[in-house]
Design a protein around this ligand. Structure first.
Ligand code: ZN
Length: 277
C-alpha cells in the first residue's frame, strides 16, 4: 500500500526539541497558529514550570499532548546508579501524568563496560520495575530503538526486532515501541518488524526526520523530510498498514536549524511534512 498524501495537518506533531530555541509557551503559540495539532514535550522544556498548568496551557492552545521525552537510561555496572535511573523513570511517569501526556518515550541506555546483552537485561528489569507506577498513572512506555552507532552509551536496543522482543517478553498493554525513521531506516527487516508491532498492538509512536548525506554530526545534524536518504513516505505506508492512526512526530535535532529563524523553520517543516512525509 502506498501512503496517501498528507493533505492536512491533523496528524502532525512537533517535538519541543525540534524548535529548541523557543520556550514551551512560545512553541505552544506558534504551533497552534500554524495549525500543528500535536506536541511532544521534552522534559527540559518543563524546567522551572508548574507542570499541570503547562499541560493546561498546551490543551488550551488546541494541542494534543502526544508524549513526554524521555525516560530510560537504565543500564549501569553500578547498582546505585541503576536505582537512581529507576527513580528518575518513576519521576518521568509522574511528570507525564501531571502534564496529561499518555506516554513516556524511553531512550533505554547502554553501559560500555558490560555486554549489550547485560544492558538489555537491565533495561527489561528497569521497565518492569516502573511498570506498576506506569499502570496506576495510566501512562504507557514506548521503547525506542536507537541506531547502532549509539550502542556504546545511549541504547543497547538497536533494532525494531529487539524492541519488539522486549515488548513481547514484558507482555503488558502499557509497553510498546516507538519507531523513529532516523534510527531504523537501514534495517532490511523493518517492514516485517513494523507488521509485527501492528499484530501485537504495540506500535505506540512514529518519529520522522531525514538522514543528511553526508551527515556532519551523529547527533545534531538531522535533516528535514525529503532532504536526505530516508524513504519516509514508504515507511509511513508500512506504519499505516498496521492500522496506526496516531501522530507523525517531527523530531529534528539540528545545530543548523536551531541557529535559524524558527518561524521560517516551522513553515519548512509543514511544507516538507505535506510533500515528503
Ligand atoms: Zn525519536
Amino acid at each position: 500500500m502506498r501512503a496517501k498524501p498528507l493533505t492536512d495537518l491533523s496528524q502532525l506533531c512537533v517535538h519541543t526539541i525540534t524548535t529548541k530555541p523557543w520556550s514551551i509557551e512560545t512553541a505552544a503559540q506558534k504551533f497552534s497558529a500554524a495549525g500543528v495539532k500535536g506536541i511532544t514535550v521534552w522534559r527540559d522544556a518543563l524546567h522551572g514550570r508548574n507542570i499541570k498548568q503547562t499541560g493546561q496551557l498546551l490543551r488550551d492552545s488546541g494541542l494534543n499532548i502526544v508524549s513526554l521525552c524521555r525516560g530510560g537510561f537504565f543500564p549501569s555496572i553500578d547498582a546505585a546508579k541503576r536505582k537512581t535511573a529507576i527513580d528518575d523513570n518513576r519521576k518521568a511517569i509522574e511528570e507525564a501524568a501531571e502534564l496529561g501526556a499518555p506516554m513516556v518515550v524511553l531512550v533505554c541506555g547502554a553501559e560500555a563496560n558490560q555486554s549489550l546483552e547485560d544492558s538489555r537485561k537491565q533495561i527489561q528489569d528497569g521497565i518492569e520495575a516502573v511498570l506498576p507506577e506506569a499502570k496506576s498513572a495510566g501512562v504507557k512506555l514506548a521503547i525506542e530503538p536507537l541506531h547502532p552507532m549509539y550502542a556504546d552509551t545511549r541504547s543497547a536496543i538497536n533494532t525494531l526486532a529487539q524492541a519488539n522482543d522486549m515488548a513481547v517478553n514484558i507482555n503488558s498493554s502499557y509497553v510498546g515501541v516507538a519507531v523513529d525513521v532516523y534510527h531504523l531506516w537501514w534495517d532490511p527487516t523493518l517492514e516485517q518488524e513494523i507488521k509485527r508491532c501492528g499484530k501485537n498492538n504495540h506500535l505506540f509512536a512514529f518519529h520522522i526526520c531525514d538522514w543528511n548525506v553526508p551527515t556532519t554530526d551523529f547527533l545534531n545534524d538531522r535533516g528535514l523530510m525529503g532532504e536526505g536518504c530516508i524513504p519516509v513516505k514508504k515507511m509511513r505506508g508500512w506504519v499505516e498498514e498496521t492500522g496506526f492512526n496516531g501522530f507523525y512526530e517531527v523530531e529534528i535535532f539540528s545545530n543548523k536549524f536551531w541557529s535559524q529563524d524558527q518561524s521560517q523553520f516551522l513553515n519548512n517543516i509543514i511544507k516538507d511534512y505535506k510533500e515528503n512525509s
